[in-house]
Design a protein around this ligand. Structure first.
Ligand code: AP5
Length: 190
């Protein structure tokens, strides 16, 4: 396929959707176009049609085989897009039975990303952002669990890079420094 495929990841509440939306707006003004796809939304639409869930936070608690099959369907839909595309998703998903790979081999082989971005920030800031977002059913995790998840995501990004030859870019989205994150993202995507 043609066009660049950039996968953007980060633990829930790190602010990846915020950074993506602002960056795409800035790029549009420069005449650079990306289609933005939220992987979770693609999965959610299929899961809803099949009557499996009512809200997106239920998905990570579904049986492993169901999550994998939803993942595969979403990847196939995204693989068909022949233009610059941003995929807003997760390096790994924290499920009741452990970390689930967000981009297992069957997803990577469909999507063939050029770059994987890890949006990160300090764990205490993530905790605070999750607590202030009332619209979601966030997992009750502490500082140590979030730190563990961010670290595990880096290991997994390294293995995705080994499998596909994609690069891995880490972008910090620190409190009061959202503009820095946006400007780094814009430079990367331009
Ligand atoms: P998804 O839709 O990605 O949900 P999420 O993980 O909860 O991510 P959010 O979009 O809510 O958080 P965010 O990090 O983007 O933060 P936001 O910008 O809102 O995934 C939903 C589900 O889909 C998953 O749970 C999973 O089940 C499934 N899924 C997805 N991909 C999958 C895959 N590949 N395989 C299997 N399952 C998959 O910002 C949060 C808050 O922070 C906001 O209040 C914002 O204002 C604030 N904020 C942002 N930046 C800053 C800053 N610099 N300073 C201060 N505050 C800030």
């Amino acid at each position: 396929s043609t066009g660049r495929k950039v996968v953007i990841t980060g633990v829930p509440g790190v602010g990846k959707t915020t950074v993506i939306n602002a960056s795409l707006e800035a790029l549009k003004e420069e005449g650079v176009d990306y289609t933005s796809i939220n992987f979770g939304t693609c999965m959610f639409e299929v899961a809803c049609e099949q009557g499996k869930v009512h809200d997106r936070d239920e998905m990570r608690r579904l049986d492993q085989d169901i999550q994998c099959s939803l993942q595969k369907t979403a990847a196939q839909v995204i693989a068909r897009i022949n233009e610059n595309v941003i995929i807003d998703t997760h390096c790994t998903v924290s499920t009741p039975s452990g970390y689930l790979a967000g981009l297992p081999a069957w997803v990577l082989n469909e999507m063939r990303p050029d770059i994987i971005v890890l949006v990160e920030t300090d764990e205490d800031q993530i905790l605070k952002r999750r607590l202030s977002d009332m619209s979601r059913q966030r997992d009750m995790e502490g500082y140590a669990a979030i730190k563990d998840h961010q670290r595990y995501n880096r290991y997994m990004a390294a293995s995705y890079s080994m499998m596909t030859g994609c690069t891995v870019k880490i972008i910090k989205n620190l409190d009061y420094l959202l503009d820095n994150a946006i400007s780094e993202m814009v430079t990367l995507l331009r």
